[in-house]
Design a protein around this ligand. Structure first.
Ligand SMILES: Nc1nc2c(c(=O)[nH]1)N[C@H]1C(S)=C(S)[C@@H](COP(=O)(O)O)O[C@H]1N2
Ligand SMILES: [Mo]
Length: 397
């Protein structure tokens, strides 16, 4: 037990003194004219500057409605904060939908065509599932793709909450020849996607995103989310599901290839600056459209040797998993790479392996000019650390 004398002595030195020596200023005043003080909805620290940027491929500013990218370099854990969720809307602004006037229609090859208001949907059984979503165009496009936000920022991971599609399909009674669903959004181009019913059955008609209503850019008030499916299938502002016997060739239709296993190191990553040699914890994300991540190997010497990274809980099927590896940087120039394996046995290939398998030059496969017919771009990705501690996209060097 500390004596009073002992405590006095402690207070005179070290941490005790600074605790007594006046309070740290509060983040903001309680002045009612201060927007943060009045905000009933939380605001972030003024020092937190993380934001989406427009994708290099789309020639527009964020003010007009272009595709935007998630700042993966700023994220912790596996969940994407809704305001930082990448978005893809093919040039259209989110429609302004009043949830009280919203109706979802289910029709086509069903015994009972149905319609639901949002309030009616919320009376039905619901599930929540943490899953990743990845755009088919999530790969580095040019040399200007310097950061991990540019090279891999069309992926996210959220807890989506809503009604299982299977509940709705059971409710309407699918006829024996009903094999596909056509999902249609309320945006300018009526984005539509044909999805085989068999692969849509673990889909969710989601109204919740990480505990809150969907963000307008993510499809408020309703979208379909299908675990492991290509981003294109997750139709936003969903207002119509038609059950059919075959797919429709709508103007926006695109048939996508299965998503394979993928990973990327987010720290250290392009554009970041290491503060000299010494200890660092390498951190990154891995995900697969086919199942759960089994292992991630990391190389700190350009791929000559590999070490197994630590997978942080939770490791979920068809969701982002976080990995880490302890690293002592000796200050010399090197290249960092990660290579993920999923529980279906898929492993990330090198560009050389892809070129050997599908043809084309190594440069053409890196640029996705020659594409794999059976998977998405998912190659092992390199970051070069220079002696000054700067980090660079090393795909094309
Ligand atoms: N209605 C509608 N849904 C859509 C799209 C769209 O343009 N309109 N884009 C699709 C594509 S290509 C992707 S990658 C995902 C992206 O979802 P997000 O914008 O919430 O990130 O939504 C899909 N759903
Ligand atoms: Mo996309």
């Amino acid at each position: 037990m500390t004596t009073l004398k002992g405590r006095r002595r402690f207070l005179k030195t070290g941490a005790g003194v600074s605790l007594l020596a006046g309070a740290v200023p509060v983040a903001r005043s309680h002045d009612a004219s201060d927007p943060m003080a009045r905000s009933a909805y939380g605001a972030r620290s003024t020092y937190d500057k993380s934001e989406r940027v427009s994708d290099a491929g789309s020639n527009c500013s964020f003010a007009s409605d272009c595709n935007t990218l998630t700042p993966l370099q700023d994220l912790h854990g596996i969940i994407t904060p809704p305001p930082l969720h990448f978005n893809s809307a093919h040039g259209a602004f989110p429609p302004d939908i009043n949830p009280d006037e919203f109706t979802l229609y289910i029709h086509g090859l069903v015994n009972r065509p149905l319609k639901f208001s949002l309030a009616e949907l919320k009376r039905l059984p619901f599930i929540s599932r943490i899953m990743h979503m990845e755009c088919e165009a999530n790969y580095p496009h040019t040399h200007q793709d310097t950061t991990v936000q540019h090279t891999h920022g069309k992926v996210s991971c959220s807890e989506w909450t809503g009604v299982p599609l299977s509940v709705i399909m059971e409710e309407c009674g699918v006829k024996p020849d009903g094999k596909w669903i056509i999902c249609e959004g309320m945006d300018r181009d009526r984005h539509s996607k044909s999805i085989p019913l068999s692969s849509a059955m673990d889909g969710i008609l989601a109204y919740g995103q990480n505990g809150a209503p969907l963000m307008p850019h993510q499809g408020f008030p309703l979208r379909i989310v299908i675990p492991g499916a290509g981003g294109f299938s997750n139709v936003k502002w969903l207002h119509r599901i038609k059950v059919t016997d075959e797919p429709y060739l709508t103007p926006s239709e695109r048939f996508s290839k299965p998503f394979s296993v993928k990973s990327v190191i987010t720290f250290p990553s392009g554009g970041q600056q290491l503060q000299g040699r010494g200890y660092y914890t390498i951190s990154g994300m891995a995900w697969s459209g086919h199942g759960a991540i089994k292992t991630v190997d990391v190389s700190t010497d350009g791929g000559n040797t590999w070490q197994q990274a630590k997978l942080e809980d939770p490791v979920l099927s068809k969701a982002i998993s976080r990995f880490s590896l302890k690293w002592e940087w000796d200050g010399s120039e090197t290249v960092l790479k990660s290579r993920a394996l999923d529980d279906a046995g898929n492993i990330q290939p090198t560009p050389e392996e892809v070129a050997a398998r599908i043809g084309g030059t190594v440069d053409e496969v890196k640029r996705n000019k020659v594409r794999s017919p059976d998977t998405q771009w998912n190659m092992i990705f390199p970051w070069r650390v220079k002696t000054d501690g700067s980090v660079h996209n090393d795909l094309w060097t």
